[in-house]
Design a binder for this molecule. Structure first.
Ligand code: DHB
Ligand code: FE
Length: 306
């Protein structure tokens, strides 16, 4: 029995010790990450104080439920989209509306209605808009009964559910398309988003010398029978962070155009009574290869096998 270890002996022992098979995939990933961290600590001469303050930071991040708030800013969410795009390209799965990151602020179960909805509660300051269009397949055929979740921030860049000052499901709705595949919804154009100004997330980005701003955007989760569920977001033009998104999530083809409409004619059922801004946008879904790709699930719901 030997219990005195060199660096290499300890690393090897940590990576190989076992009393059961365990999970092969978890073992392989953990071995690689632990090896990289051992080497980082050694090469950068990480001090015990640095190490334990990092652990304390991780605990704070977890206690506040903010782990999901650092992945996008560190590039992981966009990385997964780049890898998914590459895999699609290789498999010949091309065309349709580009995917974009979900972000950490989706909430399932928003109030649902057919064809049209109002997302705001009438109290949000800003420019009234109606976003509308058709959900189609790659063949151009409209998709009736497609399910579309839309969600965005309020005038302070905050999302309901995570911001206790907002009513439940404020600025979050689900819409089912009509027989012609159409949807439309009314809301107020959101400003950009910024990470919480204090706490572990802000500390990290300050230490990295980075800002935590996203350009103004609207999130979507769109699904239809036989089609691949699409997670995407559109950007409002003119935002100064469009090409400097801290989450690296802005994409060509997803910056919408704003049309000034003078008359509310045809939009009365949404409570529009004066000039407003129209955002035309069609969503184009690819065909599903496997049945479960059509499920209307967020990233975590999908991962947990909902
Ligand atoms: C983050 C917030 C968002 O609203 C978003 O769309 C993407 C990422 C974030 O805080 O990481
Ligand atoms: Fe967002």
């Amino acid at each position: 029995m030997k219990n005195e270890f060199t660096f290499d002996e300890l690393l090897n022992r940590v990576n190989t010790v076992k009393v059961a098979e365990g999970n092969e995939r978890v073992r392989a990933l953990s071995q690689r990450i632990i090896t990289d961290l051992f080497k980082t600590i050694d090469e950068f001469k990480v001090t015990p104080d640095e190490f334990w303050s990092a652990i304390n930071w991780l605990n704070q991040l977890g206690q506040l439920g903010q782990t999901g708030l650092i992945t996008a800013g560190l590039g992981f969410d966009r990385l997964l989209d780049i890898l998914a795009d590459e895999a699609d390209q290789k498999a010949g799965l091309v065309g349709g509306t580009p995917r974009a990151i979900e972000g950490p602020l989706y909430v399932a179960g928003a109030p649902s209605s057919k064809y049209e909805a109002r997302l705001d509660d009438g109290k949000m300051a800003g420019e009234t808009y109606v976003m509308e269009g058709v959900v189609r397949g790659l063949d151009g055929q409209p998709l009736a009964n497609a399910s579309l979740d839309a969600w965005h921030a309020n005038e302070h860049g905050m999302y309901s559910h995570f911001d206790p000052s907002q009513a439940e499901y404020n600025l979050r709705r689900n819409i089912t398309t009509d027989e012609q595949g159409r949807y439309r919804f009314r809301s107020v154009i959101p400003p950009g988003y910024a990470i919480p100004p204090t706490g572990p997330v802000a500390e990290l980005f300050a230490a990295l010398g980075r800002h935590g701003n996203r350009p103004a955007h609207i999130h979507f989760l769109v699904s239809a029978e036989g089609k691949r569920t699409l997670t995407t977001q559109v950007n409002i033009p003119g935002d100064s962070f469009l090409d400097d998104d801290f989450a690296f999530a802005t994409r060509d083809g997803l910056v919408v155009t704003l049309e000034k409409v003078a008359s509310p004619a045809g939009y009365e059922s949404l409570g529009i009574s004066g000039p407003f801004t129209r955002i035309p946008f069609d969503f184009v879904l690819q065909n599903a290869v496997q049945a479960d790709e059509s499920k209307h699930l967020s990233r975590v719901e999908r991962a947990l096998g909902a």
